[in-house]
Ligand binder design. Structure first.
Ligand code: HH2
Length: 276
């Protein structure tokens, strides 16, 4: 269970985390949720379909995406966050690597911090999570969004990602974050080839063995398109379903997805089989 300001996020069952990108350029839903009214409607729909948490972000981290200045990130994020907060009661995570944005987002009612840099890009982020008593998602990435897909290399991707996450969880605890407020994420697609992503899903149990809840984000990602012969993002639903089911089978407790209703069915069946 994760304790949040909007109440507990129970992880006895797999939690569906609905994606809301307040960005003009996200690879899948870019431009659709920049308008606060439309974002709030999409948020309410995802909760009705079974989302236990929503992840709201205003900086695209797709391969090659340039960093967004804090002013621009704030300008996009805060109106959307305000509207979404008014529309739903489930916990909301804010997808950012900047402590200044975290502080403003928490004032607007965000509950959880989702940092794709695991506290490396802004040294003030983990101490702020500790001070505010909010859970944090620590994700693995090799390089930065600009460089990560140029030539990703590992000797043993699963062992290296697990060691990185153990080190970052240690850094979070050293900054004062409670052990039960940490979630780890192998960062599917962040500085990884198709083979790296598949290895991480196949051996996700090693990441789960760190003892923290594991979040996995595979939804409509490029490796699914590549495995299916350059399939466009809007035709990756069944590929996403396969990846979600296998992630759940190997220990994922939170899955970050665009298609909440469809992936709820996938997660419910996968977890029933795992529990049998
Ligand atoms: N993936 C994306 C963004 N944030 N956060 C976590 N914890 N894990 C992920 O796998 C993850 C993430 C990328 O997907 P998306 O938000 O759909 O696109 P974009 O980065 O272009 O906004």
């Amino acid at each position: 269970m994760l304790r949040t300001r909007s109440g507990p996020l129970v992880l006895d069952r797999v939690a569906l985390v609905g994606i809301l990108n307040a960005t003009p350029d996200s690879f899948s839903d870019g431009g659709r949720h920049l308008d606060p009214g439309r974002a709030a409607a999409a948020a309410a729909e995802m909760v009705a379909e079974g989302a236990a948490m929503l992840d709201v972000g205003a900086e695209s981290t797709r391969p090659g995406a340039p960093p967004v200045p804090a002013d621009e990130e704030r300008r996009r994020l805060l109106p959307v966050l305000r509207a979404v907060r008014a529309a739903v009661r489930v916990p909301i995570s804010v997808d950012t690597s900047k402590a200044t944005i975290v502080r403003l987002a928490l004032e607007e009612g965000a509950d959880v911090v989702n940092d794709v840099s695991a506290g490396r890009f802004d040294p003030a982020l983990l101490p702020l999570c500790a001070e505010q008593g909010v859970p944090v998602v620590l994700m693995h990435m090799q390089g930065t969004p600009v460089t990560m897909q140029l030539d990703p290399r590992y000797a043993d991707v699963v062992a290296e990602v697990a060691a990185f996450l153990a080190e970052r969880a240690g850094a979070a605890r050293a900054a004062g974050v409670a052990a039960d407020a940490i979630v780890v994420d192998p960062g599917i697609g962040f500085g990884k080839t198709v083979a790296h992503n598949c290895a991480l899903l196949a051996r996700l149990d090693l990441v789960a063995s760190l003892g923290y809840p594991v979040l996995v984000g595979v939804s409509r990602k490029g490796f699914i398109g590549q495995l299916l012969g350059e399939r466009p993002t809007n035709e990756r639903l069944l590929g996403t379903a396969a990846a979600v089911a296998l992630a759940v089978a190997r220990g994922a407790r939170l899955v970050r997805v665009h298609d909440v209703g469809a992936m709820r069915d996938v997660a419910r069946v996968a977890e029933a089989v795992v529990g049998a």
